[in-house]
Write a protein of this length. Sequence first.
Lengths: 259, 315
Amino acid sequence: MTKIVVAVKYVPDATGDRTFTSDNTVDREGVDGLLSELDEYAVEQALQVVEAGEGEVTVVTVGPEDAADAVRKALQMGADAGVHVVDDAIAGSDAFATSLVLAKAIEKLEYDLVFFGMASTDAGMGIVPTLVAERLGLPAVTFASEITVDGDTVTIRRDGDVASQEITASGKVVVSVTDQTGEARYPSFKGIMAAKKKPIDEWSLADLGLEASEVGGDNAWTAVDSTTPRPPRTAGEVVTDEGDGGAKLVEFLASKKFV
Amino acid sequence: MSEVLVLIDAPEGKVTKPSLELLTIARRIGEPSAVVFGSEVPSQLAEYGAEKIYQLDDAVYADYLVGPKAEALSQLVADKSPAAVLVPSTFEGKEIAARVALKASSGFITDAVDVSVDGDTITTTQSVFAGNFTVDAKITAGTPVIAVKPNSTAPEATSGAGTVEAVSVDVSDAAKGAKITSTKVKEASGRPELTEAAIVVSGGRGTGGDFSEVEAFADSLGAAVGASRAAVDSGWYPHSFQVGQTGKVVSPQLYVANGISGAIQHRAGMQTSKTIVAVNKDDEAPIFELVDFGVVGDLKTVLPQATEEVVKRKG
């Protein structure tokens, strides 16, 4: 019986027109939100581990009201239960505060393994898994391209730039997975119907024994001074190849001193 | 002047270019102190301005994932009270720094593309949302910890004292949870590292799976080779060469996209490149909205001609 908690994030759709609000936080109203694509791989891997033996998958998210959509998507994929930590005081939290809330929520659940996507598709820092592990005092095996769970031991393959490594840890372990672990499933019609009956518990900061002063934008350890849209690139010259396309290309490169 | 701790990445004893960039950036803030794990102290550290070099030589750092390195760097932060800590914005660099920052209750900024200093104030610049926004930010708590992306500055050689100080740290058992049981070093391609290269030439669906024209053109320019997600997902090129949201984010002087339509997923990985050039059969490919110069045509004929022309010009 393996109990896996998967932590997921609700993010603005990367194909939408993402922007910032006047207080320099990510605008979560103007663009449709969804389950971060990179977290789908974590849900998929957790489901595969459980399906290969016995167990259950609980999905947890921290975010505003709409973030329940991310949990629901994971339930449709096949996760068993969801937890949504929602509290106005959490708005604007940095990665450290987010990791605190997640660690408290995970502690409240029964679990053997904790899965994360490798990074969010909005902030993209990729450090929340390691921070949650640090807070929970657990080993972290991160950026997995392949995961093997054998009894209480987790072994991953991590493909770096200069080397491919095998890393192993035992007991309760935090795992983060990359998109190299394999396609995530689409929810089936049956899965979508079944998800309607699955519970999503709502927890507040008080439920986790946390104070508002421990989280939120005002208590972040970093502050954004300004956010500036990048000037749009003006399209340059485009020529059609009439047998001299390659030569023209090099002519351009030479004019910019690349050749 | 106070010291700035710089986490050095030096696989096989060779300091990476991004690490040399960090030493250069550190000099804007204070005196660079290099932190190096392993038995070797590369001479480049002093040649690029390291005044002190803290050497941590213990098998524990190679045997386990980030935990021991994070404890060691944390101890140095506690002992030396540096003005800032700079790390490379790699998976490992960010994970180590995140833990160091948490232990010290210090703010942490990842993926900085620039670091500027005005008196005691350090401001970082990041490029976010697929390069559509730049964000200026400050660290407001503790010792600023900053992960800096490759190509954020040009490394400047300058002689530093390079005084080596061996440091030993009692690593806790808790930090030894994730054991590295095997390491297979990848074969070097002989080309520049993708995220560090001044020129990147990449291929996508339009290659049809054959990267030979892309590679030949890259080699004529001394460039790194990249690939789109479509090409990687088709199994045509290894994932470590993928440019895009779920792969590498590159910001070279010149980016040449061949047979790549320019979906948001790809643009997220390359649109902060200084100069962008594309070759694509489809004149309506979105990539042409970004380019400084584009050729509508078949890369199978355009690239060989371009390669020949470059070789000719280089004599």
